[in-house]
Design a protein around this ligand. Sequence first.
Ligand code: NAD
Ligand code: UD1
Length: 337
Amino acid sequence: MNVLVTGGAGYIGSHTVVELLESGHEVVVVDNLCNGSEVALSRAEEITGRSLVFVRADIRDRVAMDAVFAEHHIDAVIHFAGLKAVGESVEKPLAYYENNVNGTLVLCQAMEAAGVRRIVFSSSATVYGSEAPVPYVETTSRGTTSNPYGTSKAMVEKMLEDLVAADSRWSVTLLRYFNPIGAHPSGKMGEDPLGIPNNLMPFIAQVAVGRRDELTIFGDDYPTRDGTCERDYLHVVDLAVGHLKALEARHESGVAIFNLGTGQGVSVLDMVDSFVRVNNVPVPYRVGPRRAGDLPAFWADATKARDELGWVAEKTLDDMMADTWRWQSANPKGYEN
Ligand code: NAD
Ligand code: UD1
C-alpha cells in the first residue's frame, strides 16, 4: 500500500514509518517539522534499509496537500500531525483548534478531492473524559474533555464520524492511545521533547542522563495502591504495530474505534522503581503537589483491538524502560546529536 503519514517525523509517526517500511509499504511523510526531526526519518531509513519520500509541508496548506495527492498515488492516510501539549493548549486554545481541527479539515478536503477516503487517526484516551468507568471501553461515549487539546481530539473524532455518515465510502479508524513510551530497540529513535518534558517517561530519562536534577512526583495522596497516579503505559513500537494492523485489517468502510493500551495500570512510583532496577541508574525524586487536571487512575480495555485487529501489546514494562534508556543514553540531547 502507498501510505501518506502526516506528522511522520514526530515520535509516534517515525516509529510507525519503520513498521510500515519493514512490512513492505511505500511511505510518503508530510511534516512541517514544528515538533519533528528529519533525522528521525533518516534513522528510519537506516534501520529498515528502505527509502521514503519526505515533503516538508503544513497539512493546513491546501495547495501543498493537493500537490502531494497529485504527485503520489496514495491508498490511505495515517494522520499524526498535530499539537499535543495539554498545558500549552489551555494557554493557546486557538492554536490547538487551528492546527488539530482545521488541519484535519483541510487534510480531509484534499483527500476527498483526490478520491482517497481511508484514514487512521491518532486519538487519545483523554476523549473518555473524567467520569468514564475504568477500564475505558470503546462503547462508552465520549465524555467532557478538560482542556482544548482533549477537546480538539473529540471534535476531530466527531467530524470524521459525520463524514462517514454523509458518505459511506469513507473508512475511518479512530485509535485511542493510552500512554505511549519507550523507543526503538535499536537505540536510534525515540522521544525528543522540546524544552522541559511535560510527560513522565521523558522526564525520568532526562533526570537519569543528568539533564534535570530531580523528578517531581505530582501527588502521593491519590486513592490508588501507593498513592500515586496509575496509567496504562504502552511501548511505542507496539503502538506503531497497532497502526499497521488497523491499516491491514480494516477493509470495510465506516467508522471503527479501538483502544490501544496494555490493559494494566502502573503507578508513578512503579515507573521510577522499574527504571532504576532495569537500568541500574539513579533517579532522584521528591513528592510535590498534585498537577491540576490529573485523574487518579485509568487504563484500557483493549479486548476489541485483540479480537478485531489481532493486536495485543507484546512488550513488557522492562522493555519500555530498557529501550528508553538505550535511546536516551546514546542520544543525550535527542536528535540534536
Ligand atoms: P509529535 O509532536 O512527536 O509528532 C507530531 C508531528 O506532527 C511532529 O513531527 C510535528 O512537526 C508535526 N506537525 C504538527 N502540526 C503539523 C502541521 N500543521 N502540519 C504538518 N506537520 C505537523 O507527537 P507524537 O507524540 O508523535 O503524537 C502524534 C499524534 O498522536 C498527535 O496527534 C498526538 O496528539 C497523538 N497522541 C499522542 C499521545 C502521546 O502520548 N504522545 C497520546 C495520545 C495521542
Ligand atoms: C497527559 C495528558 C493527556 C495526553 C498524554 C500524552 C494531562 C492531564 N493529560 O497524560 O491528555 O494524552 O499526556 O501526551 O496532562 N507525572 C509526575 N511528574 C512529572 C510528569 C508526570 O508525577 O514530571 C505523573 C502525572 O501526574 C501522571 C503520570 O505521571 O500521573 C503520567 O503523566 P503524563 O506522562 O503527563 O501523562 P498523562 O497525565 O496520563
